[in-house]
Design a protein around this ligand. Structure first.
Ligand SMILES: [Zn+2]
Length: 124
């Protein structure tokens, strides 16, 4: 989480993409992410909490507040995000990028659980 925020500050959008769930990376709008990164003055990140997610191993919730300033003024965005660990790397589950797995398909996060019992409830 902190490294993703730092990547936004530094404009390292490839890193932000690489730390998003691999099954969602193709659906990210890199141009919009780059523009947001470049047009904002980043004011800080506060990680409020992190906790295991719903009894599923290697999944976690992170609650954070990111603050930035842009042409429209100062913003604070509070979000509770789901992260999943694969081969010791943590990936962000992007709630804005739909996954196409069926409810009974293996979860695209790479766990052996069905999508509906794994990441499905945390995504639209
Ligand atoms: Zn999953």
């Amino acid at each position: 989480m902190r490294s993703r925020y730092s990547a936004y500050v530094l404009g390292l959008i490839d890193y932000v993409v690489a730390t998003t769930l691999p099954a969602q990376q193709a659906g990210l709008d890199k141009a919009a992410m780059s523009a947001w990164s470049a047009q904002s003055i980043w004011l800080g990140l506060e990680v409020e909490s992190h906790e295991p997610l719903g009894g599923v191993p290697e999944h976690a919730w992170v609650t954070f507040v990111a603050r930035w300033h842009d042409a429209e003024g100062e913003h604070a965005h509070r979000e509770r995000s789901a992260f999943v660990q694969q081969q010791r790397h943590w990936y962000f589950l992007d709630p804005t990028v739909p996954l196409t797995a069926g409810r009974n398909d293996p979860c695209p996060c790479g766990s052996t659980a069905k999508f509906k019992k794994c990441c499905g409830p945390f995504l639209p």
